[in-house]
Design a protein around this ligand. Sequence first.
Ligand code: IYR
Length: 222
Amino acid sequence: MGSPQFLPLTQYRRYSEVEMTKRAADFHSDIARRRTIRDFSDRAVPRSVIEDCIKAAGTAPSGANMQPWSFVAVSDADAKRRIRVAAEEEEQEFYDHRAPQEWLDALAPLGTDPNKPFLENAPYLIAIFAQKFGVLPDGRQVKHYYATESVGIATGILLTALHNAGLASLTHTPSPMGFLNEILGRPGNERPYLLIVTGYPADDATVPDITKKSLDEIATFI
Ligand code: IYR
């Protein structure tokens, strides 16, 4: 077992309270502009931007620093088409049979349906996989801790990084999404976690008329 090694914390930045207050407010107003969109342009996005956003996600804290995530950035037209076909098959089942009426009612304000053209139109799909355990080069398995929580945190950072770069995104969860392992050739220890669709909004993109809860509704200070 490795003994702990420590380095001085050199990268931390302390702000004055005035500056901190402004930064917190500015960040809130910027991230509040993020909207999930479903109408994407097919305009290409530089690969380096996607790489930097994934690198940002990879800085997330994780259980025992195991970093139990894999990101597959898909721009290949054939792979996107195969993902669309497989996802739409599941979605058709979901909307026609699997979803209880209560769920369909909850989705009604979003205007979603089984058609997922964005899976082909958008320049990038980023499939995120959570590794149930790690596999060492010699084949031994390494236990992962809090994998779901860790991947959720990394996903939040990825969505924030994409927004910060000026890209729109959609979190998509066709269910079940085991087909992603097959199409993307991922091993059995990786569970598909979420599919992020990203790119530019179409010129005529619209968003549902929905709002976020207020601070009073989501937080308590005691
Ligand atoms: N996966 C389906 C249904 C869906 C479910 C939830 I919860 C959403 O917030 C949105 C959609 C679909 O993508 O249409």
